[in-house]
Design a protein around this ligand. Structure first.
Ligand code: TMP
Length: 212
């Protein structure tokens, strides 16, 4: 029999709107943890497993008519169920740290805050799909919309995916929803100012995880 790890792994999600620098911070954080000798798995949503990456393509490709908010929420929850079952939980059980670029709170903010679905319904889908797994810490990166737009222009050269390309009013509702969820659960969330250099933001992220 294989003995369980002395310490269970930690599950960290980076969240926020488009262009706040989540992927850059995820890379910097994983490098910092690995330098401390920790086993780290980095992943993203939607995606992270072959099945969830297929669902990602269905959700984000701009071809076709897309999905209504309810179908969209179900597809995100299905992708997440596969991701949790096949990648996240097994890694945590091995005692590894899992860092994900987006998780449940993106569904709550985009399909809930942005598209108007009820938060209780999205949490119910998460209970069914993923047994309600929550991160040990959710790092919410927030920055000024003009700075985010400039970062996105550099990254995407004006090519948005289906959801990123929604109007500014939609993205403002998403940002407000993220802030509401973070304020309602200060134990799980850390709100980080994502303005300034990547190194400055990285230092803030590390201090938000110091107790873990
Ligand atoms: P990104 O990984 O490049 O940020 O793209 C993912 C897009 O999908 C982004 O616009 C946010 C959106 N999204 C949702 O609407 N709901 C979700 O649950 C997740 C994980 C992402």
């Amino acid at each position: 029999m294989i003995a369980p790890p002395a310490q269970p792994g930690r599950f960290i999600a980076l969240e926020g709107g488009e262009g706040v620098g989540k992927s850059t911070q995820l890379k910097m954080l994983s490098a910092a943890l690995r330098a401390r000798g920790m086993a780290v798995v980095t992943t993203r949503e939607p995606g992270g497993t072959p099945g969830a990456e297929q669902i990602r393509a269905m959700l984000l490709d701009t071809a076709g008519d897309g999905w209504g908010p309810r179908a969209e929420a179900l597809l995100f929850a299905a992708a997440r169920a596969d991701h949790v079952d096949r990648l996240i939980r097994p890694a945590l059980l091995r005692g590894e740290w899992v860092l994900t670029d987006r998780f449940l709170d993106s569904s709550r903010a985009y399909q809930g805050g942005g598209s108007g679905l009820d938060d209780g319904d999205i949490l119910a889908l998460h209970a069914i799909g993923s047994a309600g797994l929550l991160p040990d810490r959710t790092v919410l990166l927030e920055c000024d919309p003009a700075q985010a737009a400039a970062r996105l222009a550099l990254r995407d050269h004006g090519q948005n995916d289906r959801i990123g390309g929604r109007d500014t009013a939609y993205h403002a509702r998403v940002a407000a929803a993220f802030r509401r969820f973070a304020n309602a659960d200060p134990q799980r969330f850390a709100i980080i100012d994502a303005g300034g250099t990547p190194d400055a933001v990285h230092a803030r992220v590390l201090s938000a995880l110091a107790d873990l």
